[in-house]
Write a protein that binds this ligand. Structure first.
Ligand code: FPP
Length: 245
């Protein structure tokens, strides 16, 4: 079995990741400011966590804010950050009570002190929880993550801590921000867009992709369950044939 990838033909994915797309469109089609879509999106986050927990998923990764999202208007970025702080402040206790472990992957240097403090508090408080690991990808970029790994590997090689012949796929995986997290079995993207958008580039080599038309604020528990069912019908071969897998 490959590193970090669960075996084929398992009905329940160990790790589900979601590209939560369509908040802006949900709001603008209703004549509302975009932030209203993000607020509604936070309700979908709660539902997705519940659905993942109910389905027996062990890891749920949510792409909440990409490195590219910093280029949105100052107002929208400010509102999303406020929403994120509010969410961490108001939900950590409840998530902790439900046995959820919170982890954040991304470029923390971009966040203000208060936000970093709330992230660290949430991570520290929930560190030992085992029911579900919730990974929030915040200020995250797959290419940046790989670039950081390349730099760290080169640094260790130059320092003589690492021999060139030790560099293999497992080692690269261990230099990524997701080193403690198995690769995703399933990535769901909402809103009908069919792109990976710089999300978990290395980790998604053999991930099943499910695209759903619902905008993220409309995403329900049943949509999560339907995606899991769709995953169950997929045949994962990891490049091998049906006969010789
Ligand atoms: C994508 O929709 C969504 C975002 C960039 C922000 C996601 C934020 C949340 C769901 C809420 C806060 C997060 C947490 C973890 C509580 P979009 O704005 O790109 O939609 P569009 O493509 O229709 O414009």
């Amino acid at each position: 079995m490959m590193r970090g990838v669960s075996d084929h033909n398992v009905a329940t994915p160990v790790h589900v990741a979601i590209i939560m797309d369509g908040n802006g469109r949900w709001a603008t089609t209703r004549g509302l400011p975009r932030i209203m879509g993000h607020r509604k999106g936070a309700d979908s986050v709660r539902r997705a966590i519940q659905a993942a927990s109910d389905c027996g998923v062990s890891y749920l990764t949510l792409f909440a804010f990409s490195s590219e999202n910093w280029n949105r208007s100052k107002d929208e970025v400010g509102e999303i950050m406020r929403l994120l702080r509010y969410y961490l402040h108001s939900e950590t206790e409840e998530l902790h009570a439900k046995g959820v472990k919170i982890c954040v992957v991304g470029d923390r240097t971009k966040f203000d002190k208060e936000t970093v403090g709330l992230i660290e508090l949430a991570e520290n408080k929930t560190f030992d929880n085992k029911q579900l690991t919730l990974v929030l990808a915040l200020s995250y970029s797959g290419r940046q993550e790989i670039t950081w790994a390349v730099r760290a590997i080169a640094e260790d090689a130059v320092q003589g801590v690492l021999n060139l012949d030790e560099i293999n796929e497992d080692l690269v995986s261990n230099y990524l921000l997701t080193r403690d997290i198995p690769d995703p079995d399933l990535i769901i993207r909402t809103s009908g867009e069919q792109r990976i958008s710089n999300f978990l580039l290395w980790q998604s080599a053999y991930t099943e992709l499910v695209f759903v038309d619902q905008l993220w604020p409309d995403f329900q528990e049943k949509d999560f369950q339907a995606a899991i069912e769709e995953f169950g019908t997929r045949e994962r071969r990891y490049g091998r044939t049906v006969e010789n897998r």
